[in-house]
Write a protein that binds this ligand. Structure first.
Ligand SMILES: CC(C)(COP(=O)(O)OP(=O)(O)OC[C@H]1O[C@@H](n2cnc3c(N)ncnc32)[C@H](O)[C@@H]1OP(=O)(O)O)[C@@H](O)C(=O)NCCC(=O)NCCS
Length: 166
């Protein structure tokens, strides 16, 4: 297998990532949050429109993950003003999990953080997303805090904040 992780540089690629985001969110979060909340969060955070806005207004970057040239995952990151790097999104389609690709994705995140001169990488993860939490702990992240965020429409995100020191 040949895995590539490359920055998304075109609208066409970003649209493909948005389409994949919808698929992955619906396959992996149905046990954790309602379908209504998934639809709402995909539209608010992962639609082509939302991601375009994040890139233009908030300095986000997206990376497309391909195995044998087929798009199967994506990463979203953002440098903060302090010494932290925000890992906003780390998603892999279910048929590509458990094969070492996630570790390559996290390696890429740390390389990016270093290229910005950042010392810490942080993320938020749903408290019930046990697999992702295990992966992050195994990688060396620690639970730093917890946060409940009101995202509108009657929905909240009930998360741990995890942090990794580079
Ligand atoms: C999170 C995600 C990207 C991880 O990818 P994955 O393919 O499932 O991860 P892997 O099974 O390859 O595990 C990654 C590493 O953690 C280790 N790991 C996994 N589960 C573990 C556990 N329960 N205990 C200890 N280590 C564990 C693996 O051994 C692997 O290490 P290695 O590469 O050195 O062998 C993927 O599961 C995903 O996209 N999930 C849905 C979306 C999601 O929840 N994203 C995170 C939102 S915050």
């Amino acid at each position: 297998m040949s895995v590539t992780i490359k920055k998304v540089n075109s609208d066409t690629e970003l649209k493909a990532v948005a389409e994949l985001a919808g698929i992955i969110w619906h396959e992996c979060f149905t046990d954790i949050i309602s379908e209504g909340q998934i639809d709402y969060m995909v539209e608010k955070f992962q639609s082509y429109k939302a991601m375009t806005k994040q890139i233009i207004e908030q300095d986000y970057s997206y990376f497309a993950v391909r195995e044998d040239e087929e798009l199967c995952g994506y990463i979203g990151v953002k440098p903060e003003k302090d010494d932290r790097f925000f890992l906003s999104k780390l998603y892999l389609r279910s048929d590509r999990r458990g094969r070492g690709i996630a570790s390559q994705m996290l390696k890429k995140v740390f390389e990016e953080a270093k290229s910005y001169g950042k010392e810490r990488v942080y993320l938020t993860v749903n408290k019930h997303n046990e697999h992702a939490i295990s992966v992050y702990l195994r990688t060396g992240f620690e639970i730093a805090d917890k946060v409940v965020t009101d995202i509108g429409n009657g929905y909240v995100m009930d998360d741990y904040i995890m942090e990794y020191t580079i």
